[in-house]
Design a protein. Structure first.
Length: 163
């Protein structure tokens, strides 16, 4: 791969990373292995349906949060992952000791998941080298992935849309 194409690929990845993080909500659509040890996570942008419908004091009520044919859809591919976990977002807690960048698509430098992977696997860094914890924070589910390779992100067509 020539250096110009590599820069373009890195720029595209950073743009999609930023785009995922710019959304207010994401829904987990699919999680599957496309090939051996290749985890694919498909997420849909989600929006509040309609406008604010009422205001009462300091509280506001909004329409339902939906993903429709106007929303973006993304496939995040993690090749040769070390471990992954899916948690019910209702039971997760924020930990002040964890360190990450990103909003809905996070990259951790310090996390309990990294500690878990280190404690529950054998010689990971000797085999895959340094690895990173990525997290996709969706409505209803939190997807955590430890991998030695940077994930790839692509937009995919939603029903009724073209990308």
């Amino acid at each position: 791969m020539n250096s110009r194409r590599r820069v373009s690929t890195v720029m595209l990845l950073m743009n999609l990373f930023d785009e995922l993080n710019a959304h207010r909500y994401l829904y987990l659509d699919k999680l599957y292995e496309e090939n051996d040890l290749e985890l694919c996570v498909v997420v849909d942008e989600a929006r509040v349906q309609g406008d604010e419908i009422q205001r009462a004091g300091k509280a506001s009520a909004y329409g339902a949060i939906v993903s429709d044919n106007t929303c973006r859809k993304y496939k995040v591919r993690f090749k040769n992952y070390v471990a992954y976990s899916v948690r019910n977002e209702s039971f997760t807690v924020l930990d002040d000791e964890e360190r990450f960048i990103g909003n809905l698509f996070r990259q951790f430098s310090k996390s309990k998941f990294l500690d878990y992977v280190a404690a529950s696997t054998v010689a990971v860094e000797d085999i895959v080298g340094p690895y990173t914890h990525y997290e996709i924070a969706c409505l209803n589910q939190i997807v955590d992935v430890a991998t030695g390779l940077e994930p790839t992100i692509e937009t995919i067509a939603s029903f009724g849309t073209a990308t």
